[in-house]
Design a protein around this ligand. Structure first.
Ligand SMILES: C[S@@+](CC[C@H](N)C(=O)[O-])C[C@H]1O[C@@H](n2cnc3c(N)ncnc32)[C@H](O)[C@@H]1O
Length: 249
């Protein structure tokens, strides 16, 4: 059977079955092979964000929103002193995250790690975190859901806490990547018009201008930090930035 992405990756058939499920069920199915797909956030991004967070810290308690198999939990474990929580609504992804973390074993002095199954749009936490991160998951939220999502993040941060995530500059209309993403989003729109349950995953919906406005409306003070590791585009603009949204004191 032809494997996609790598010899351990999912087959084309498995990907198709996943894409015809709901987001939650789709990730349950993909979970055992997720770390062998390009959907897991690459180490280069995780490392750059770790360095940038280090410059902004220290932090005590961190939350990885839509943690999947725990890519962001690894980042938080480097920069948080007391506790790290991963939250995701896919039980399958959380199972892999727990097993992966257990295999690696906890280092002495490392923060406590907890996993919680919950929907990011209804977080079951008090304002108990001073850092919330999220990687690779915003395409799963419709633009109309962002105000509610950001309000949830705001509500679980302590005053002065930050919500931080990397944001890649959108490809230019002259690039192949631009047309590939446009094509992917168009296929998903057709799929969601004719098939239930929907699988919300739109690459082009999460844009800096709108995101910045929604974060401000949710009560955050927003700052952009360049991730220098990824260089700049021909027009001088950074390829990847970290959005830092602070809940004011
Ligand atoms: C592309 S994966 C990213 C996983 C991980 N953050 C990473 O970078 O490797 C997206 C994750 O978001 C989760 N997710 C999507 N919508 C969610 C929601 N409304 N609530 C909680 N988790 C959600 C999925 O279950 C999946 O694990």
């Amino acid at each position: 059977m032809t494997r996609m992405f790598s010899p351990e990756g999912p087959s084309l058939r498995e990907l198709a079955v996943q894409a015809l499920s709901s987001v939650e069920r789709g990730y349950d199915l993909l979970a055992p092979k997720f770390d062998h797909t390009p959907f897991r956030t690459p180490d280069s991004v995780l490392e750059a964000v770790t360095s940038a967070l280090d410059r902004n810290g220290p932090y005590d308690d961190g939350l990885d929103l839509c943690c999947g198999t725990g890519a962001g939990v690894d980042v938080l474990a480097e920069v948080c002193r007391r506790s790290v929580t991963g939250v995701d609504f896919s039980a399958g992804m959380l199972d892999i995250a727990v097993a992966r973390r257990r295999e690696r074993g906890g280092e002495a002095g490392a923060p406590r790690v907890d996993w919680v199954r919950a929907d990011a749009r209804a977080l079951p936490f008090a304002p108990a975190f001073d850092l919330v991160v999220s990687f690779g998951a915003f395409g799963h939220f419709l633009p109309a859901e962002l105000p509610g999502l950001f309000a949830q993040v705001h509500s679980v941060l302590r005053p002065g806490g930050i919500f931080a995530f990397p944001l890649v500059a959108p490809p230019r209309p002259v690039s192949v990547e631009y047309w590939m993403l446009l094509g992917f989003d168009a296929v998903m729109r057709v799929r969601n018009a004719v098939w239930r349950p929907p699988f919300v995953m739109y690459y082009r919906a999460f844009r800096l201008g709108e995101v910045r406005g929604e974060l401000a409306r949710a009560g955050f003070r927003v700052e952009l930090q360049v991730l220098p590791e990824f260089g700049r585009r021909r027009d001088g603009s950074p390829r990847v930035r970290m959005v830092v949204a602070r809940r004011p004191d």
